[in-house]
Design a protein. Structure first.
Length: 202
């Protein structure tokens, strides 16, 4: 999923979102198509004001789970050279997954290449077995400005059978304020998952 913070940053860089707006927003919806399983929708919404980062997720940690975060974005480097952006976040989950959450989101970019990672640790309220570390990472390359291709990996309990870590490839295309993406996890196996996404920055 080009995660929503990346979508927002890219739209601003293209000049498709108001660079001087007090608040900046981005939202992405996902359809998770699970082989031999129950497919479902999920979503992420982000609001940013300068370094302040607010985020809400639905069906991310699990189906029928909602999570909410606040964070602060730190940046280093130059746009034309190696640049780093990291956002520590803290929040909580409710629904089928409950407990406090701590994590971070980070992007390292240089030229046409970028690496994105987000990770969170959920401390289960009911028992230690309910605690879990979720992660999503992307290694991307832009052959042209609007097209992004690469490798994706994730650690999740939401789907994937007994696989502790899932990997695959992705493709994304940006047109104006919108970005569409497709992700294919565990290709060639019985645990294949295809995730389609559509996001918008405004």
């Amino acid at each position: 999923m080009m995660r929503v913070a990346r979508l927002l940053a890219f739209a601003l860089a293209l000049g498709t979102a108001p660079a001087f707006a007090e608040w900046e927003f981005a939202a992405t919806g996902y359809w998770n198509q699970i082989r031999d399983g129950d497919s479902y929708a999920s979503g992420i919404f982000i609001a940013k004001r300068e370094a302040l980062h607010l985020e809400a997720r639905a069906n991310y940690e699990a189906l029928h789970a909602q999570s909410f975060f606040a964070g602060w974005t730190l940046s280093a480097g130059k746009e034309e050279g190696l640049s780093l952006e990291i956002t520590p976040i803290i929040g909580g989950a409710t629904g089928d997954v409950r407990g406090p959450i701590a994590g971070f989101e980070a992007t390292l970019a240089k030229g046409r290449f970028d690496f994105y990672v987000e990770a969170e640790y959920v401390r289960g309220r009911e028992s230690r077995e309910g605690s879990y570390t979720y992660a999503w990472s992307e290694l991307g390359f832009r052959p042209v400005e609007a097209l992004r291709l690469g490798l994706v990996g994730q650690r999740t309990r939401a789907y994937g059978g007994d696989r502790e870590f899932q990997r695959g490839g992705f493709a994304q295309y940006t047109l104006g304020k919108a970005t569409a993406g497709i992700y294919w996890f565990n290709p060639g196996t019985g645990d294949q998952v295809v995730v389609a996404s559509i996001g918008v920055a405004f």
